[in-house]
Design a protein around this ligand. Structure first.
Ligand code: PBG
Length: 328
């Protein structure tokens, strides 16, 4: 973009179009709509369970009955999509509950799709909520085994598809998982189920509250051998390119706010739907500052969400979804 032929002050006065609310509204470049949002849900086993997550005001672990009520509320608000995380009672070394036909997500999927067939149900495919050690795959000598984990993830993804998932979202950051999941889905006649890949997922401190919600904190070490280094932008582009070549339909950047440059770069370099995950810590910081009276939480929320869309995101996964659509 060149300003070469533009008039200068005093002919040009950029404040002219900021004078009234009507002018500002008419010329606002970035606008949020109800179609932009995905609301995450944490599903637990049992009945009548509604546990507020202490570090995430107004966000709950819900048993399926509560999740159904939540889905109804979401649809009434005009939100079209949810992202499901499952928290099983039983965890083991390889996260075998993740592909149990009667597992927490499988049961939730059947119930939700039966009641609300029009709701877009995306499932997070990962093992950290299901493993006793809290890592995102099978462990050997203290590290996550890549290729063994691919087999487990493919089973989990297939089981989600069989029980009604509309979109499969692998969040583990193993190499080759999109290819493996795509092949498995295709071989089982799920050729039309899209994959939303958590492509550039950084080893971030902003996931803290989520790990309380999902009971998925690693029991030793950290996730740095599979999630990306926070300083890397070129590598993020390689991750995205790899996922697209393996069959991802939608790619995701996560977290969002500390990675707006990555979102913009991905938007410029790739012609593919782009999702951004406005993660738990980003939510909790605004909620906490609002509770203290230090910032206006609603305004800070809207400003954050607009920045994510302005950076280039087509879809925003956010715990603010319900709060935000009430204001648009
Ligand atoms: C991993 C996963 C994580 C989130 C979603 N899926 C975080 C982690 O690595 O522990 C984080 C989401 C959030 O912070 O809101 N399966």
């Amino acid at each position: 973009m060149s300003n070469f032929n533009y008039p200068n002050f005093p002919v040009s006065r950029l404040r002219r179009l900021r004078k009234t609310a009507s002018l500002r509204d008419m010329f606002r470049e970035t606008i949020l709509t109800k179609n932009d949002f995905v609301f995450p849900l944490f599903i637990v086993e049992g009945n009548g369970i509604r546990n507020e997550i202490s570090s995430m005001p107004n966000i709950f672990q819900l048993s399926v009955d509560g999740a159904l009520r939540e889905c109804e509320e979401i649809l009434n608000l005009g939100i079209r999509a949810v992202l499901l995380f499952g928290i099983p009672k039983h965890k083991d070394e390889i996260g075998s509950e993740a592909y149990n036909e009667n597992g927490v997500i499988q049961n939730a999927l059947r119930e939700i799709k039966k009641r609300f067939p029009e709701l877009l149900v995306i499932t997070d495919v990962c093992l950290c909520e299901y493993t006793s050690h809290g890592h995102c795959g099978a462990i050997e000598n203290g590290d996550v085994l890549n290729d063994v984990t691919l087999e487990l993830l493919a089973k989990e993804a297939l089981s989600h598809a069989e029980n009604g998932a509309d979109i499969i979202a692998p969040s583990d950051m193993m190499d080759g998982r999109v290819a493996k999941i795509r092949r498995t889905l295709d071989e089982n006649d799920f050729t039309d189920i899209p994959i939303m890949a958590y492509s550039a997922k950084f080893a971030s401190a902003f996931y803290g509250p989520f790990r309380e919600a999902a009971e998925s904190a690693p029991q030793f070490g950290n996730r740095k051998s599979y999630q990306m280094d926070i300083g890397n932008s070129d590598e993020a582009m390689r991750e995205i390119a790899a996922d697209i070549s393996e069959g991802a339909d939608i790619v995701m950047i996560k977290p969002a706010l500390a990675y707006l440059d990555i979102i913009r770069r991905a938007k410029d370099e790739f012609n593919i739907p782009l999702a951004a995950y406005n993660v738990s810590g980003e939510y909790s910081m605004i909620k906490a500052a609002d509770e203290k009276g230090w910032i206006d939480g609603d305004k800070a929320m809207m400003e954050s969400l607009i920045s994510i869309k302005r950076a280039g995101a087509d879809v925003i996964i956010t715990y603010f979804a319900k709060d935000a659509v009430k204001l648009i």
